[in-house]
Design a protein around this ligand. Structure first.
Ligand code: NFE
Ligand code: MG
Length: 572
């Protein structure tokens, strides 16, 4: 008889996620993923001036801040036929890359590492041993015996006051923790360093976008003027500061983050075989390098890998009405056409229809709709999206930077390519991506500078700024690769106002409920087959779910203005 385990809320993520898993003989047989809160951005966008919608939809999430604003300006530019100047494209790439770096660093160290690193065990470490390990895996300078001894003292102080502070409530001592004390100490030291580094990385967003979170965007370009000598503009001093931050980002990503993930992964070989889940991977492609619009050249390629067949990459067509579709058969929404149809986002609908249990409840009734997340499919197929999907699509597309780094890291771990399809593979892909994108930031920066040096200061294309120049009706889409995966916004503009707004978000892909054919989405599929040592401390569920870096705020992007459901669910 299967026993149902409920993890609600899943913590160290953004938003409210509930996982129910059926465990039989210590193995997960089936799983259900439910988004238990709603927000309202698609409805809030309606009736607004399309030039200001980025400011609203950007607020969907403070974690992947800025990416929804970028997606929104791209959608509106696509609808109105606006091409942004090269400087704006590079500034957008730099801001997006900064988000990706900061988000990945925070996710690994602050949100995920403690699933693998046992803080309490770090107290037993010999700092000499930690120092020797640190120096053997990386040239990172903070690696002396004294440095690690100090970190250990800090943790001891937490303990002595009987309060673990930020480290309270972990599953410390669980037998699934496999790192020796010396490596645990290394992990905790870098946890603390990461807190500092991530603060620096986001300064790039404030330099170009005025603030973080929620920096400024502009339909037609970016809201930062280039003037080398003006103290209030993007001047030489500001640009040199950006270069410094890029260097610091590269060092941390390449000398700390990636070596740490490789070192930690080497102690968890079993997790290169667990948590793979779905066999299809999607990436919309991003970091355009010129010609954004019709024929973009992307650093991170666009495509779909089906059934893990790396010999072939399927095209992704955002305009194919039978391609990208969202289903609501298991979600608390209704469509005018009925509960079983899939709708392309260009004709998407957002109508709430809560039919779930009244809190408090023990279990979801999973024979009925069980989530606020819709279920996206591509030509009927479930897809995983995110850093792992980008690496698989990049690898299968023959993009050298992806292949080279993947082969090198897998060789270091002494595991085959199939090891990517796992919880460790997903975590490694995020670290590899941080290393890669940190180098690309240098490329974007050099391109921006060479452009400015050649005398091109343009940052904004005002050709279609005036609504009087717009057609009576226009329709467009914006695509981007957010830290957690493929993100699409679709906009309809009628009589100069937004008449429809639809967002299909990475965690909507990964965290959604089953579709009309009963096919699982990525979270649910990835849990099946996972051993659970002790159902009362389901560390294993958390490990795999965290490897996706879930964000429920993004995924449900819908709220009830009266707040009734939000309050009920929050009380649980
Ligand atoms: Ni709120 Fe998000 C990202 C988007 S959702 S974090 O990255 O878009 O998965
Ligand atoms: Mg949506």
């Amino acid at each position: 008889m299967a026993k149902r385990i409920v993890v609600d809320p899943v913590t160290r993520i953004e938003g409210h996620l509930r996982i129910e898993a059926d465990v039989e003989n210590g193995i997960i047989k089936d799983a259900y993923s439910s988004g238990t809160m709603i927000r309202g951005l698609e409805l809030i966008a309606q009736g607004r001036d399309p030039r200001e919608v980025w400011a609203y939809v950007g607020r969907v999430c403070g974690v992947c801040t800025s990416i929804h604003s970028l997606c929104s300006v791209r959608a509106v530019e696509n609808a109105l036929g606006i091409v942004v100047p090269p400087n704006a494209e590079m500034v957008r790439n730099l801001m997006q890359a900064a988000l990706m770096e900061q988000d990945h660093v925070v996710h690994f160290y602050q949100l995920q590492a403690l699933d693998w690193v046992d803080v309490v065990s770090a107290l037993k470490a010999d700092p000499k041993e930690t120092s020797a390990i640190a120096q053997s895996i990386s040239p990172w300078p903070k690696s002396s015996v004294g440095y690690f001894a100090d970190i250990q003292k800090k943790i001891k102080n937490f303990m002595d006051t009987s309060q673990l502070g930020i480290f309270a409530n972990g599953y410390w001592g669980h037998p699934a923790y496999k790192l020796p004390p010396a490596v645990n100490l290394l992990g905790v030291a870098h946890y603390l360093e990461a807190l500092e580094v991530q603060k620096d990385i986001v300064k790039i967003q404030t330099i170009f976008g005025g603030k973080n979170p929620h920096p400024n965007f502009l339909v037609g370009g970016m809201a930062c003027a280039v003037n080398i000598n003006d103290p209030n503009a993007l001047n030489l001093e500001r640009l040199s500061y950006v270069a410094e931050i890029i260097e610091e980002t590269q060092q941390f990503a390449q000398q700390v983050y990636l070596p740490d993930v490789l070192a930690i992964a080497s102690y968890y070989p079993e997790w290169t075989k667990i948590g793979g889940g779905l066999r299809n991977y999607i990436s919309y492609g991003d970091f355009p390098m010129g010609n954004y619009g019709e024929l973009p050249t992307y650093k991170s390629p666009r495509g779909i890998v089906v059934d893990r067949d790396l010999s072939h990459v399927e095209p992704f067509d955002p305009t194919d009405m039978d391609g990208l579709q969202e289903f609501v058969n298991n979600s608390w929404y209704k469509y005018a056409e009925g509960k079983d149809v899939g709708l392309h986002p260009s004709v998407g609908e957002t109508v709430l229809d809560y039919t779930g249990p009244t809190p408090p409840y023990e279990y979801l009734d999973v024979d009925k709709p069980y989530s606020w997340i819709k279920t996206p499919r591509y030509k009927g197929m479930p897809m995983e999206t995110g850093p792992l999907a980008r690496f698989i699509v990049g690898y299968a597309s023959g993009y050298e930077p992806y292949k080279e780094l993947t082969d090198k890291c897998l060789a270091q771990l002494n595991v085959p390519l199939e090891a990517l399809y796992s919880t460790v593979g997903r975590t490694l892909a995020r670290a590899m991506e941080s290393s890669l994108v940190a180098d690309w930031m240098g490329d974007f920066y050099r391109q921006l500078l060479s452009n400015i040096k050649s005398g091109d200061y343009r940052m904004f294309n005002n050709t279609y700024w005036e609504p009087s120049t717009w057609p009576k009706k226009a329709q467009g889409y914006g695509l981007t690769e957010a830290p957690r995966g493929s993100l699409a916004h679709y906009v309809d503009i009628s009589d100069k106002k937004v008449s429809r707004y639809q967002m299909v978000v990475p965690t909507t892909w990964n965290g959604s409920p089953r579709d009309t054919k009963g096919q699982h989405s990525a979270f649910e599929a990835s849990l099946i087959g996972t051993p659970v040592f002790d159902p009362s401390v389901p560390l294993e569920i958390i490990r795999t779910i965290h490897s996706f870096d879930p964000c429920l705020a993004c995924a449900v992007h819908l709220y009830d203005e009266k707040g009734s459901f939000v309050h009920q669910l929050d009380c649980m």
